[in-house]
Design a protein around this ligand. Structure first.
Ligand code: ATP
Ligand code: MG
Length: 403
């Protein structure tokens, strides 16, 4: 039974619509090549020989002959996490004959709940090979009539409940329905490498996601309050990195034990400046790490005014601590927007697990909202912050993601 269905539909494949297609010339070539590599990496877990072919702004994943539909579905779901794609369609490729196309389109709608409920539909065809005997509006009509005959569905061209797409290509015809949305953006790696300061909180994972989506490959740096806190925050950072790794692959997590350095800042009389001074020391350490791993920018989850360390004056004082650019993709977002995105990308439930954040250690009762850079520099001179940052970077531990 299922064999018969497969043969009417042809062979399963996955069709990918690329984002930012406005890119031209050499950049486009870079975009496509990088994307192709990233898709290969993402699909490694399936152990399938997948052939990726480029076709006029579309990628086609050719799965080995006889691949079962469930596996093809899983491949399609997996690639939705690869940055740079706007749509992912599970498709069927059929021979270039009007009859085969019609049969496949009809078969495609079998066993669908919305079809049983009498959903309205439209057929949209595109003919990339002009030698195909039917023009696209003729294909639309032929296939549409067959669907009406078989299921009695109403046609609705302006706002259909479901759309059947038919794309006539050079060697075959692709038949598919509405797809899964991709992440959009640019392929990871296209924009270089950056280092994310990753707490166990809600914001920094979203910041990491946003910058990966702009083509940055990111490494993750977490500061733990050890030995004055437990390891929970490290486990959270690790779980978050694992979750985010779906979007880029090959992620690395670095952890710095930061408790003693926090104590030294306190001993240097940081007082109400403790939080900003800690954040500056984190940034200096991150900058040192960034040089070691060839990262060209730092990324944080700061959002303007969200907490006292994120006032404009304090952000200015943070920028002063390092030379590398600090990217803050969440700067203009509300907490509710950030949380909605965290939920969508699957990091929220991890971020909400309880932990003891190092930043709550030694927090003054009233934190300074208008830190003066000269005061901060003075505290740093007392404990030689530059030297301390190098030592902290030396003490970093890499946590390897297991497969
Ligand atoms: P988050 O939800 O990302 O923790 P937050 O709203 O709690 O952010 P802060 O605690 O002020 O804000 O932190 C601001 C940014 O500083 C974080 O988004 C993160 O980039 C960085 N940061 C804070 N704590 C740590 C930490 N323990 N390790 C690494 N980076 C940190
Ligand atoms: Mg935090």
């Amino acid at each position: 039974m299922s064999l018969a269905i497969t043969s009417a539909l042809g062979e399963p494949c996955v069709l990918l619509k690329l984002g930012e297609v406005v890119l031209k010339g050499k950049n486009r070539e870079l975009f496509e090549r990088r994307l192709q590599g990233n898709i290969k990496t993402a699909l490694r877990e399936f152990g399938l020989k997948v052939d990726i072919r480029r076709r006029h702004g579309v990628f086609v994943l050719y799965l080995p002959e006889g691949t079962d539909p469930a596996t093809a579905d899983a491949v399609a779901r997996r690639v939705t996490d690869v940055m740079g794609l706007v749509w992912v369609h599970r498709a069927w490729r059929v021979p270039k004959e009007p009859d085969a196309v019609t049969k496949a389109a009809v078969e495609l709608l079998a066993d669908r709940e919305d079809v049983r409920r009498g959903a309205s539909f439209a057929v949209r065809s595109r003919r990339r090979d002009k030698r195909f005997p039917l023009r696209s509006n003729e294909i639309d009509r032929l296939v549409g009539a067959a669907i009406v005959d078989t299921y009695g569905l109403p046609v609705n061209l302006s706002a259909p409940d479901l759309t059947v797409y038919i794309e006539v290509d050079r060697d075959e015809v692709f038949v598919f329905t509405d797809g899964l949305p991709g992440q959009g953006g640019l392929p990871v790696g296209m924009s270089g490498r950056a280092l994310v300061l990753m707490s166990g909180g809600i914001d920094s994972p979203v910041a990491a996601y946003r910058m990966m989506r702009r083509g940055l490959r990111v490494d993750f740096l977490h500061f733990s309050g050890i030995p004055f806190t437990g390891s929970e925050s490290i486990y959270k950072a690790y779980a978050l990195v694992r979750r985010l790794d779906r979007f880029q692959g090959g992620s690395r997590l670095w952890v710095v034990p930061f408790g003693k350095a926090q104590q030294s800042l306190k001993a240097s009389g940081a007082d109400r400046l403790q939080v900003v001074a800690q954040r500056r020391l984190m940034l200096k350490t991150a900058e040192e790490m960034a040089h070691r791993i060839n990262a060209a920018a730092l990324i944080t989850g700061d959002s303007l005014g969200q907490v006292s360390s994120q006032t404009l004056a304090n952000i200015t004082a943070l920028d002063d601590a390092v030379d590398l650019p600090i990217l803050r993709p969440l700067i203009g977002m509300d907490k509710t927007e950030i949380m909605a995105e965290a939920r969508r990308i699957g990091t929220l439930e991890i971020s909400e697990l309880p932990d003891e954040d190092c930043c709550t250690l030694l927090t003054p009762r009233r934190a300074e909202t208008r830190a003066k850079i000269e005061d901060l520099r003075q505290i740093e001179r007392r404990l030689d912050a530059e030297e301390l940052a190098v030592r902290l970077a030396d003490s970093v531990q890499e946590y390897k993601l297991e497969d």
